[in-house]
Ligand binder design. Structure first.
Ligand SMILES: [Zn+2]
Length: 385
């Protein structure tokens, strides 16, 4: 397995290297950052001379440095089935594309071991269920490599939210096997319509009530949980809103992350104003709620439509501390670096429309670091532009 730390000079990426990132961290990391900064200065100098001077001040020059997100809070290191991209290779994708920190998700729905499918939608009728296997592979890979650049946060993805009684013993097992290593939970499915043909059912209010023991554990440990909870479908855009509301009502002190703001391939035509109004209300009512902007469906079905990007950008500018970025890349072997780079670019396009405060908080990772309880800080954005 290749190390992720010997690729500092790779310049083949279409995304230029990120120059400054954080002010804390280990010496090794500083040297790496310095190296990357020098590369960025060299790259930037030809096209934007001002970039070099601003880099010296340690601020982030949006005119000369990438708009792609510096953190990937939603990245599936394991596929639904079939072969995965090897850990070292995927870590190198992050390094190469300027992503400095990522959450290491398993996958909330795995195909049976004897299935030849790599994507559940290709195999309706084949049951998919949460599993510990992918978390164990991730934890073992992580423990063997312990990469520093990118830094990675292990996430528990095994939780079957319809069988909450199985979750505390699962966490206890992880505590024994990998003490202190899992610092995130999710992405786990409250309701995911795309999985209905594969036997998935929405969690019920009764299930949600019975989450209390494991939600208390997550709360006490300050562990965020990313929930995939579809808002609805095109014919009934708010069909499942009541489930997210029930979760938020019952667990106001948990760090809850709402994956994709509830949007999905089943909900591509909702009126953006109505969507924003609902999300704004939930953010106002629930201070511990964070929205996850991952998945290219958001760009393709919403942000890229005429007039819509500006609406979401001003919504995020009004709520700069409440969102985190991600690709939702799934590491199946039929993909390569180009796929990751493209998904990062597409999911980052919204960043260009953000004001400096929201750009720093969201794209440069400040919100992600704070949610994680990390000491890492995002760089300040340079004032003069
Ligand atoms: Zn996902």
């Amino acid at each position: 397995m290749g190390t992720v730390r010997n690729d500092r000079t790779c310049g083949t990426s279409g995304i230029s290297k990120r120059g400054t990132h954080g002010t804390s961290g280990r010496v090794k990391r500083h040297l790496a950052i310095l190296g990357a900064a020098l590369t960025a200065v060299a790259v930037a100098a030809s096209s934007a001379g001002a970039g070099a001077a601003q880099l010296e001040k340690g601020c982030y020059d949006r005119a000369a440095q990438p708009y792609t997100s510096a953190v990937d809070s939603h990245l599936h290191f394991r596929p639904f089935g079939g072969k995965a991209i090897p850990f070292g290779e995927l870590a190198n994708y992050l390094h190469k594309s300027g992503v400095r920190h990522a959450s290491m998700y398993g996958i909330g729905q795995t195909l049976p071991a004897d299935s030849s499918c790599t994507y559940y939608l290709d195999c309706p009728g084949t049951p998919v269920v949460p599993s510990m296997k992918n978390d164990f592979v991730n934890a073992s890979d992580y423990a063997a490599e312990k990469p520093e650049d990118p830094e990675l946060t292990l996430s528990m993805t095994f939780m079957d939210l319809r069988r909450p009684e199985t979750i505390p013993p699962g966490i206890a097992l992880y505590d024994r096997e990998f003490p202190g290593m899992f610092r995130w939970a999710g992405e786990v499915n409250v309701v995911k319509q795309a999985l209905f043909p594969n036997g998935h059912q929405a969690a019920t209010d009764e299930n949600i009530k019975n989450w209390a023991p494991f939600m208390n554990t997550l709360r006490d440990r300050g562990i965020p949980i990313t929930l995939h909870s579809d808002l609805g479908e095109n014919a009934h855009p708010t069909k499942y809103l009541h489930l997210m509301e029930e979760v938020l009502r019952r667990y106001p002190h948990n760090k809850i992350v709402w994956a994709h703001m509830g949007l999905s391939k089943e909900l591509t035509t909702m009126n953006p104003d109505e969507h924003i109004k609902i999300v704004q209300r939930l953010l106002d009512e629930h201070p511990n709620l964070t929205i996850d902007l991952s998945w290219r469906v958001l760009e393709d079905a919403y942000f890229s439509k005429p007039g819509v990007r500006a609406k979401y950008a001003s919504f995020l500018d009004r709520n700069p501390t409440r969102a985190i970025p991600g690709t939702d890349f799934v590491a199946s072997r039929n993909k390569d670096y180009r796929t990751y780079e493209e998904e990062l670019e597409v999911t980052s396009r919204i960043n260009k429309a953000l004001d400096d405060e929201a750009f720093r908080d969201i794209a440069l990772g400040e919100n992600y670091y704070r949610l994680l309880g990390s000491h890492e800080k995002a760089p300040q954005v340079c004032r003069a532009r």
